[in-house]
Design a protein around this ligand. Structure first.
Ligand SMILES: *[C@@H]1O[C@H](CO)[C@@H](O)[C@H](O)[C@H]1NC(C)=O
Ligand SMILES: *[C@@H]1O[C@H](CO)[C@@H](O)[C@H](O)[C@H]1NC(C)=O
Ligand SMILES: *[C@@H]1O[C@H](CO)[C@@H](O)[C@H](O)[C@H]1NC(C)=O
Ligand SMILES: *[C@@H]1O[C@H](CO)[C@@H](O)[C@H](O)[C@H]1NC(C)=O
Ligand SMILES: *[C@@H]1O[C@H](CO)[C@@H](O)[C@H](O)[C@H]1NC(C)=O
Ligand SMILES: *[C@@H]1O[C@H](CO)[C@@H](O)[C@H](O)[C@H]1NC(C)=O
Ligand SMILES: *[C@@H]1O[C@H](CO)[C@@H](O)[C@H](O)[C@H]1NC(C)=O
Ligand SMILES: *[C@@H]1O[C@H](CO)[C@@H](O)[C@H](O)[C@H]1NC(C)=O
Length: 342
């Protein structure tokens, strides 16, 4: 309880006016209070329901000093130069502790203790908005992250991840101190590479230098997306030289899986692979189809004959070179022996 003139003030004005008066007074005498009263620590960050302890000390003679607070207040004491504000379970979200001193000249000085009370969320929940089941490539979807019962929202960051990749993050400007619920959404346009990807969101509290250096973090469960996409071959044609064991492989990724058809005079098959020892040269078109679309690929099978021509060309070149070398050697040897005879 505050003494003398301040005591009267308490009764004259309502709480709000009193508080602003205190604030104005503290600002006016700011420089003076700093030298008269020392807080240790100067500000605190406390988890809701945890204990807290702050010392207020002075080096000047006084007529009394004390702590004014809605929890853990210390009534005025005359015979001490250090008083401790101590709460074993801090549960007052709006607490504004003030340490005051009554000076010999009847003036009063005071200092506010900034307190941040935080609470990690009860749950972090991820879901989709207006959608269930597999997503389709090329379309947009909305993911939603619900963060329940967290404080203070000013220090909250909600982050979106795909696997280990950070996609986006949101901070809040509300100054409310009590716990709130927050909903954040993320727009995604998944492609075939995202089939099987895991999305998740995370609520992180960054409470500054006085807060825990390991930021309290709570994550949602991973959300697995399944993406439907149509077949698409990496190249639309492929040339193959006819061989003893020709194999045409039309396999292509798609979700749901493709069915296959082969358009050729003789060949009809539903297998993605055409394997035959008796494939005649020509074009073989395969079409992969799923519920979203289709994609064709042409295999141009070329005659082995082209290959033989090359083989004989190489052999012929080799023979010609060999003959030329032998001829050169013989000519050289012939001239050399002629010279040595002379
Ligand atoms: C407050 O002061 C007391 C006595 O000097 C000391 O034991 C205690 O550790 C101090 N507490 C803080 C939070 O500084
Ligand atoms: C201060 O005075 C109170 C009684 O008013 C007494 O209980 C306390 O022990 C005294 N403390 C010191 C340090 O003298
Ligand atoms: C006491 O307060 C009055 C007005 O607030 C100021 O004029 C005066 O200088 C103060 N006295 C001391 C010793 O600080
Ligand atoms: C990230 O989210 C904000 C809204 O919180 C939005 O304005 C911004 O476009 C998003 N950025 C990306 C890259 O998605
Ligand atoms: C947050 O959501 C919970 C559950 O839906 C509800 O009980 C609570 O009242 C909400 N809190 C606020 C501050 O809206
Ligand atoms: C987070 O909390 C700390 C301690 O209360 C405060 O100093 C800081 O400004 C806050 N950070 C943000 C980004 O609001
Ligand atoms: C949230 O994370 C904190 C630590 O960062 C942990 O102590 C707490 O139990 C978590 N809450 C939930 C609901 O998992
Ligand atoms: C096979 O396809 C190639 C390239 O698409 C084309 O030039 C050629 O005329 C086709 N051959 C036959 C027999 O259709």
């Amino acid at each position: 309880m505050l003494p003398s003139n301040t005591y009267n003030m308490l009764h004259c004005f309502c709480g709000l006016v009193y508080l602003s008066a205190l604030l104005a007074f503290a600002t006016l005498t700011g420089a003076q209070s700093e030298s008269l009263l020392q807080l240790d620590p100067q500000r605190v960050v406390v988890r809701y329901g945890d204990s807290v302890e702050v010392n207020c000390s002075t080096s000047v003679l006084h007529k009394g000093m004390g702590w004014e607070a809605s929890q853990g207040g210390v009534s005025m004491t005359r015979n001490q130069s250090l008083i401790t504000w101590r709460v074993s379970e801090l549960t007052e979200w709006d607490i504004k502790p003030v340490c005051y001193i009554n000076l010999i000249d009847s003036n009063q000085s005071l200092v506010h203790l900034p307190v941040t009370i935080y609470k990690t969320p009860d749950s972090v929940f991820i879901s989709t908005v207006n959608h269930r089941g597999p997503m389709t490539e090329g379309q947009q979807y909305e993911l939603q992250c619900d963060v329940h019962n967290v404080a203070p929202v000013q220090n909250l960051t909600v982050k979106w991840y795909k696997g280990q990749t950070l996609l986006n993050q949101t901070t809040f400007t509300d100054t409310i101190k009590t716990p709130v619920n927050k909903t954040v959404t993320l727009l995604i346009g998944p492609d075939r590479a995202d089939d099987g990807a895991q999305y998740w969101c995370e609520a992180e509290l960054d409470l500054g230098a006085e807060g825990p250096q390991r930021h309290p973090t709570n994550s949602s469960k991973p959300f697995n997306v399944e993406v439907y996409y149509k077949p698409k071959h990496s190249s639309s044609t492929e040339t193959i030289i006819q061989d003893d064991k020709v194999m045409l492989d039309c396999t292509v990724k798609a979700n749901p899986a493709s069915t296959y058809t082969w358009d050729h005079l003789k060949e009809k098959s539903s297998s993605p692979v055409l394997k035959s020892s008796a494939l005649s040269p020509g074009n073989y078109t395969c079409t992969a189809t799923n519920t979203l679309g289709r994609d064709s690929k042409v295999f141009i099978v070329k005659s082995k004959y082209t290959d033989r021509t090359t083989f004989w060309a190489i052999v012929l070149t080799g023979v010609v070179v060999a003959v030329a070398l032998i001829a050169a050697y013989l000519i050289f040897k012939f001239r050399f022996s002629k010279n040595s005879v002379i």
